[in-house]
Design a protein around this ligand. Structure first.
Ligand SMILES: [Ca+2]
Length: 117
């Protein structure tokens, strides 16, 4: 499934999606990534704006990979800082924090020891 599902195509002209680098996403095969911005437009006016947080995707390429687990561990060890949206994407337990438990979950998911994040 692309960014805009077929059943929402009629609304597509009112939705704009921007990558974290600010470039508008026009390719319907692009996957949603942490840090993307979705705008609901009314004519030329922005009616609503939301920033995307993909569960487990703190690196911002749209999937929860071993690289995300590494980054989560670096954050937990105080070696890296996270933005608010990275904290939201990385908090897999809903406890309001990101730590080793989240890294473990991402690694288990990638090793196919867990079927979801
Ligand atoms: Ca990622």
């Amino acid at each position: 499934m692309g960014i805009i599902d077929e059943k929402y195509k009629s609304y597509a002209e009112n939705i704009k999606i921007f990558a974290a680098n600010g470039n508008e996403v026009t390719n319907n095969d692009t996957i949603m990534c942490t840090g993307m911005t979705v705008l609901l437009m009314d004519g030329g006016q922005i009616k609503e704006s939301a920033t995307v947080a993909v569960k487990g995707d703190v690196t911002g390429e749209g999937i929860a990979s071993v690289a995300d687990a590494r980054m989560i561990l670096r954050y937990a060890a105080g070696l890296d800082k996270f933005s608010d949206i990275q904290l939201l994407a990385g908090d897999l337990t809903g406890a309001g924090s990101v730590g080793a438990a989240e890294a473990r979950t991402v690694l288990r998911y990638n090793a196919k020891l867990a079927d979801r994040l």
